[in-house]
Ligand binder design. Structure first.
Ligand SMILES: Nc1ncnc2c1ncn2[C@@H]1O[C@H](COP(=O)(O)OP(=O)(O)OP(=O)(O)O)[C@@H](O)[C@H]1O
Ligand SMILES: [Mg+2]
Length: 307
């Protein structure tokens, strides 16, 4: 099938975060009244797709979710964001990741209790091959590695680019999955763990293979380093845009989503990395992971004023 139905197809991590705001983190065996409770959608793939959709890409999520209220919350938020869920697989025992986050509003700390039970991500036999082939970019992460390997294999054989965000290395099949990825974008700390290298250039070189198109490492306010096929052997650095930091939640996920959207549009590598950096920087200026994602108009205006 050559007709492209979707710009970016994702299969992996979706998460529900319940934030409980309290004046101080309580001692054990005590009680405390919460000031406010908020439920927010998140997850590497969930937030990347939300960002790509906000920037104008046609996105779809085709991982596995269940029938519980957490799954419904994710479905509703995808629908509101314009992310297509036609090809979602429903399975009674499946759920998103679920975190309860205690936010101490006086001391500005966050304590996270996370529950991964029921989280499936990519199914090993789902979605149908045609769905993968009808996408311009496949987005993969670490949830459901066998399903990711299958999907990435199908995409590879069809010449469909694969963008990956990975933060966990010791999972069965991970080396095989990483080998299939042609746009590998990792947080620098994780890239350091995988390669044993302590500087970005050395980590990039260790991650490079002839099968890759681009390898990038991101390092928060220090920006992003990348190696790319069209500039052989040259380690490039994109500084982070200087912004007033309000909330960095999800900025790496947003960077990935913006990169994937730009790739689906055919944006060249230097502009693509700059664009993703600007989108992530604007996110940092607003509270909330997905709530803080800027729209296209805001990004273009910002880039005109700051480049
Ligand atoms: N304080 C900041 N100011 C400007 N840009 C930022 C800032 N923090 C992050 N960014 C942008 O976002 C990109 C990704 O950030 P980072 O390296 O922190 O991702 P991450 O570690 O994967 O974070 P996450 O916890 O969201 O997954 C950076 O390369 C940079 O372009
Ligand atoms: Mg990240």
């Amino acid at each position: 099938m050559n007709k492209k139905e979707y710009d970016v197809l994702g299969l992996g991590t979706v998460a529900v975060d319940d934030l409980l705001y309290v004046p101080a983190y309580p001692l054990s065996d005590s009680k405390i009244q919460v000031e406010r409770i908020e439920r927010q959608p998140g997850g590497l793939t969930g937030t990347a797709l939300a960002a790509a959709a906000r920037l104008g890409a046609k996105c779809a999520y085709a991982g596995v979710l269940g029938m519980d209220d957490l799954s419904e919350f994710i479905l509703d938020s995808f629908k509101r964001q314009g992310v297509d869920v036609t090809h979602l697989k429903k399975q009674p025992d499946a759920r998103p990741y679920h975190s309860t986050i205690i936010v101490d509003t006086t001391h500005k700390t966050r304590t996270i209790f996370f529950d991964l039970s029921g989280a499936i991500g990519a199914d090993p036999h789902w979605p149908a091959e045609e769905v993968i082939l009808s996408s311009r970019v496949l987005f993969v992460d670490q949830t459901g590695v066998p399903g990711m390997i299958r999907a990435a294999g199908i995409a590879r054989r069809a010449g469909i680019p694969i963008v990956a965000d990975i933060e966990l290395k010791d999972l069965p099949g991970m080396p095989e999955l990483m080998a299939l990825v042609d746009h590998l974008i990792l947080p620098f700390q994780f890239a350091g763990e995988v390669t044993g290298k302590t500087d970005p250039a050395a980590a990039l070189k260790a991650l490079w293979t002839a099968d890759r198109d681009t390898v990038a490492v991101t390092d928060g306010a220090k920006g992003c380093w990348y190696l790319t096929r069209s500039l052989p052997g040259q380690v490039c650095h994109q500084p982070a845009f200087q912004v007033q930091v309000v909330d960095t939640t999800g900025c790496g996920d947003v960077f990935h989503g913006a990169y994937a959207a730009a790739l689906a549009e055919g944006m060249a590598i230097t502009e693509r990395i700059k664009f993703a950096s600007a989108v992530a920087a604007l996110k940092v200026t607003r509270p909330g992971g997905q709530a803080g994602i800027p729209d296209r108009f805001k990004v273009e205006k910002y880039m005109k004023e700051h480049i």
